[in-house]
Structure formats: structure tokens, C-alpha cells
Design a protein around this ligand. Structure first.
Ligand code: NCD
Ligand code: ZN
Length: 346
């Protein structure tokens, strides 16, 4: 007997679409979501309102006919970002968040922030106007171990920021540790966290035991099993401060299966189905709609989607494509090597 579940259409509060041929190839994979926060880490990055408007137009032009998808644009925060430009891009309705990449933390983050005090005037203006800050929360110091970089970032940057500017709306993106979960739980309503599919489904053993699996490599890196358990508990707890941000990050397969492979997991085609499976495993299907479709809009002060999707659970594993073909080469689809039983009805 197959089980069916109808929920409001989900959103994705952290998505990489890239540009050009890659974007055109991966856009259809986001058909399960109505809206997505679009990451600005292009080369060069999307820094100004003008660049964000042009990028939005390119996304809309590349959308397949009939795909109902709204890109929610972001600006890439640099130490030269002007508070006035940010405020104008927000006032026009174009920009829904500003993204803070610590310089050098991840893919295309070279122009990110080195010193948080250099961007305080922008953050103060954002707090005033109610614009959200999305944070890639990892330090980049060479002497901090890669597995500790999130916890250290909380201590050194996020905790002081919350103390100094308590009104600022913050999304701590791709939370990967119990430290991140605790930081959000200890805070007020305006500080939220997103989880990716891969951090809910996998831990670092899956990436490193019995062979190294480059398609599980992303940043922040997968952590130990205890952290994975804490993320699963938080995501399925019903706490409205936790919601879906897949961080689906396409890289052509050959650039990941490489002596120096790129960071990023392309989960968009299967993300909603895998999240449903996690919620089933945690006996929390009644909270799935909150995580996928209600908590995000609440944090961002946007209406929930009016349309619905129906998910079905089958008794047999559901097949899904191993890769998506794009003009920039094939992109391997996230496959944790476990059977997937959920799918989204057409
Ligand atoms: C992202 C990318 O490829 O742009 N990679 C990743 O591992 N998550 C950048 C990011 O969000 O860190
Ligand atoms: Zn990302």
C-alpha cells in the first residue's frame, strides 16, 4: 500500500544555480520548489543591486516553459558593500537577503568578509530595515581544524554579533554541528538555521570509510555521527527556527572526481524526497510541512505558498537519474547509496 501526503509546496532557502549553460541545465531540477534563495557566489560575485537584477533576468529567461519558480535574490557582502545600495535593493523588493561568506571559506568566496567590523555599517542598516543576513558560518584560519571551523565561528563571530546587534535577522545556513543547533535554540526568534539533505542523511564516515567519496564532499564538511543525530532531532522537532536550505551546489562531475575535487553536493533533483524519508525515519511526517514549506516563509516574512504537492511512499525503491546533463557537462545527482522510497507526484 502506498502512503500519500499532501503539503503546501516547499521552498529552498539556499540554492546555487550558477549561470549560463550550467544554470540552464540544472534549473529544471528545482521543479519541486516554488521559490529559492539564490546564492550570489558567481564569478564575479553578485555584489550590487544592478547585478542581482540582471542575474534574476537571466534565471527567468532560462526557466523552462511552465516551470513555476521564483528566484529570491541575494547580494554578496564585501567589505566595500554600500549600505545605501543594499537598502535600495531591499526597498525595490528585489533582494531578500545578504550573504556573508568569510573570505576563502568555500567555492568562489575570495571577495568575502575578512573582518566583521568592516561590514558593521551594512549590518546595522539591515537590522534597521529588517533584511536577513545569510551566513556561511566557518572560520578560515589555517590553524583551526576543518571539523572545528563552525564551532569556532560561532564563538568568535556569531555570538558577539548576536550580542552587539540583537535585532539583526540571521540565517545560519547549512548547520552541521550540535554547536550550531544549540546556538540557534539559545537565541531569539530572529535567528534561524537551515539544514541540507546530505548533512541529515550522512556523516563523515559515509564520506571517508571504505574509500573516499567526492560526491559527498561539501562545505561545511560532513561531521561525526553525534552531530548528524543532533541535526536530525532539531530538523524534525517542529521548532519553527529550523527549515530547508538544500545548498544544492552543482559542479560538473569531472571537477569533483579529481585530485583536487570541488566542494558541493547537487541534491536538487531528489532533495524533497530525501527530506520526506528522513522525517519518516524520525516518525515526524506531521512536521514535514513546517520544515519544507512554513518555517522559512515565517522567518523571511513572506506568505506561504498556496499550491500543494503530493508525496508518495512506495514499497519498492524509487529510481532517480544518476546525473543531469548540462551544457557544462554532466552533474552527478546526490545518491547516498541507500534506497529512496519517496517521490513527488507529477
Ligand atoms: C558551495 C558552492 O559550490 O558554491 N559549495 C558547498 O560545498 N556548499 C558553496 C557553499 O555554499 O559553501
Ligand atoms: Zn551554498
Amino acid at each position: 500500500m502506498s502512503q500519500q501526503l499532501t503539503i503546501r509546496r516547499p521552498d529552498d532557502w539556499h540554492l546555487h544555480l550558477r549561470d549560463g549553460a550550467m544554470m540552464e541545465g540544472v534549473l529544471p531540477a528545482s521543479r519541486d520548489v516554488a521559490r529559492a534563495i539564490i546564492m550570489p557566489n558567481l564569478v564575479p560575485p553578485v555584489v550590487t543591486g544592478e547585478q542581482a537584477a540582471a542575474y534574476r533576468d537571466r534565471i527567468l529567461a532560462a526557466l523552462p516553459e511552465g516551470q513555476d519558480f521564483t528566484p529570491l535574490m541575494t547580494l554578496y557582502l564585501t567589505e566595500d558593500t554600500s549600505p545605501d545600495d543594499v537598502a535600495a535593493a531591499h526597498a525595490s523588493g528585489l533582494v531578500k537577503a545578504v550573504k556573508l561568506y568569510p573570505a576563502g571559506a568555500t567555492t568562489n568566496s575570495a571577495s568575502g568578509v575578512k573582518n566583521i567590523s568592516a561590514v558593521m555599517p551594512v549590518l546595522e542598516r539591515m537590522a534597521e530595515i529588517g533584511l536577513s543576513l545569510c551566513v556561511h558560518g566557518e572560520v578560515t584560519d589555517a590553524d583551526v581544524d576543518i571539523f572545528d571551523r563552525e564551532a569556532v565561528y560561532i564563538d568568535r563571530v556569531l555570538a558577539p554579533l548576536r550580542r552587539n546587534l540583537p535585532e539583526l535577522k540571521i540565517t545560519m545556513e547549512h548547520v552541521t554541528t550540535s554547536d550550531g543547533v544549540d546556538f540557534i535554540k539559545d537565541g531569539a526568534e530572529n535567528i534561524a538555521g537551515t539544514f541540507t539533505v546530505q548533512h541529515l542523511v550522512l556523516n563523515r564516515n559515509d564520506m571517508l570509510v571504505g574509500g573516499i567519496r567526492p560526491h559527498f564532499y561539501c562545505l561545511p564538511i560532513l561531521k561525526r555521527m553525534d552531530h548528524q543525530k543532533a541535526l536530525r532531532a532539531a530538523a524534525t522537532s517542529g521548532d519553527p527556527r529550523f527549515f530547508n536550505g538544500t545548498d544544492s551546489a552543482p559542479h560538473a562531475t569531472h571537477t569533483k572526481e579529481n585530485a583536487c575535487g570541488c566542494a558541493g553536493v547537487f541534491s536538487a533533483p531528489v532533495a524533497v524526497a530525501w527530506i520526506a524519508q528522513v522525517f519518516e525515519e524520525e516518525n515526524a511526517l506531521d512536521r514535514l510541512e513546517g520544515f519544507l514549506s512554513l518555517n522559512g516563509p515565517k522567518h523571511y516574512g513572506m506568505p506561504v505558498n498556496e499550491d500543494r504537492i503530493t508525496l508518495s511512499r512506495s514499497d519498492k525503491p524509487v529510481p532517480f537519474p544518476a546525473a543531469v546533463e548540462t551544457g557544462a557537462g554532466p552533474v552527478t545527482v546526490f545518491d547516498p547509496g541507500l534506497p529512496l522510497y519517496w517521490k513527488i507526484n507529477d
